[in-house]
Design a protein around this ligand. Structure first.
Ligand code: FMN
Length: 381
């Protein structure tokens, strides 16, 4: 039975993980992030996810570029896997594949990508790239992932796609093929119907925005059904976002949440809310991320409060393991005061999670369903 994995959001964008004027003892710069990455791997974290954003927006004035920042964190650590977020549309998949192969060699097999289809139209406009309609963005992302996998695993890759063309392209060296995975893992961010279907067909990991138990259950069901329909049952793992506030008492933790929301930067939260709802609107069934997010939800821009990881270490550990029973394989966590809270999580929450996991009856846990991919040839191209 696999144990739960933990990732954290790299704070490589200024302003922290909540759009609030509450004090946030965190920093988007490299020195802070290097110290954080080392602390995180020593505190039980398996992955770090760097964000991609190219220009100022909604309370996030400064940003470090995702792939280069990820590489710097990989070189500063020994075990942490670092996931670089990338936008199809701003990268050619062959060029990213080349970067990924080098990053994977430099880090001995710890590079991964998060393919995000995008929400920030102004960023594409500013860079002179067309902003595709919602489901077209997913068609392009799927083609991007197929191209990436093909170039990472095959010689003489060929693709005559609607968005990318590759002719007789052989990458040397290929990324590492480790016992854990045949090429860098491919995560995806996006929760709409198109996103769920794409995950089933091509992704290794599906990342959900913050959700309660019902929201997770619905998505796990849909993603599994999509994977099964694509002949990939058991091959897509599920990651859930959550903003974690662990304090010695529940009252203290709840007070922190209250203060975050009370001190929200209202203008930035409302601006972000209208941009993302607009971005998802062309998903006709209204099932995209953020479509039913309230003002309070949007103060953490990935709906992280909804997961409810707010309380004492015991309460949070129980909730985390309850999510595991619903099919969550990985938690993607954000914090207010990163260094202090990552350490507290490693010391106070994670040991309780491991104790509770050990008590779960084998048949109660669906995790065993994950089948490591040996032969990827059917997925490429
Ligand atoms: C875990 C996660 C991480 C994301 N990271 C980024 C990012 O770094 N940059 C970005 O522009 N969008 C990011 N997104 C947002 C996606 O680009 C996309 O706009 C969003 O998932 C909405 O897609 P949907 O309409 O399919 O639900 C992320 C989404 C998730 C779930």
């Amino acid at each position: 039975m696999s144990s739960l994995r933990f990732a954290y959001w790299v704070p490589n964008v200024s302003g922290g993980l909540v759009t609030s004027r509450i004090e946030q003892r965190t920093d988007w710069g490299y020195d802070y992030n290097r110290e954080l990455a080392v602390l995180a791997e020593n505190s039980g974290f398996d992955y770090a996810l760097s964000q991609v954003r190219y220009m100022a927006s909604y309370g996030a004035e400064y940003q470090h570029e995702s792939t280069s920042f990820s590489l710097a964190l990989l070189l500063a650590t020994e075990r942490l896997k670092v996931i670089a977020a990338v936008h199809p549309g701003l990268w050619h998949p062959g060029v990213l594949a080349k970067l990924g192969a080098t990053a994977d060699h430099l880090s001995k097999g710890r590079f991964a990508v998060n393919v995000v289809s995008g929400w920030f139209k102004d960023e594409f406009t500013a860079l002179g790239e067309p902003w595709l309609e919602h489901d077209e963005r997913y068609r392009r992302s799927e083609e991007f992932i197929r191209a990436l996998r093909s170039v990472w695993t095959e010689d003489h890759a060929e693709l005559a796609g609607d968005f990318y063309r590759i002719r007789d392209f052989t990458l040397k060296p290929k990324p590492l093929n480790t016992p854990e995975r045949p090429h860098p893992e491919i995560f995806q961010g996006g929760n709409s119907t198109a996103a769920r279907a794409m995950a089933g067909r091509v992704s290794d990991w599906y990342f959900s925005n913050g959700k309660d138990f019902d929201g997770v259950t619905e998505q796990v069901r849909d993603v599994r059904a999509a994977a099964e329909a694509a002949g990939r049952a058991g091959r897509v793992r599920f990651g859930l976002n959550g903003f974690l506030i662990a304090r010695d008492t529940e009252a203290e933790a709840r007070e922190v949440l209250r203060e975050i929301v009370a001190k929200a930067d209202t203008e930035a939260v409302e601006g972000f809310g209208s941009a993302v709802k607009q971005a998802g609107r062309s998903a006709a069934d209204g099932k995209g991320m953020w479509q039913d997010s309230s003002f309070e939800d949007l103060v953490q821009y990935n709906d992280g409060f909804r997961t409810g990881l707010i309380g004492t270490p015991e309460q949070i550990a129980e909730r985390i393991v309850a999510y595991k029973r619903l099919g969550v394989d990985l938690f993607l966590l954000g914090f207010l005061h990163y260094l202090e809270e990552v350490e507290y999580f490693g010391k106070r929450v994670l040991p309780l999670v491991r104790e509770l996991e050990a008590q779960l009856p084998e048949e109660d846990v669906e995790l065993g369903r994950y089948v490591p991919v040996g032969d990827v040839s059917s997925l490429a191209g």
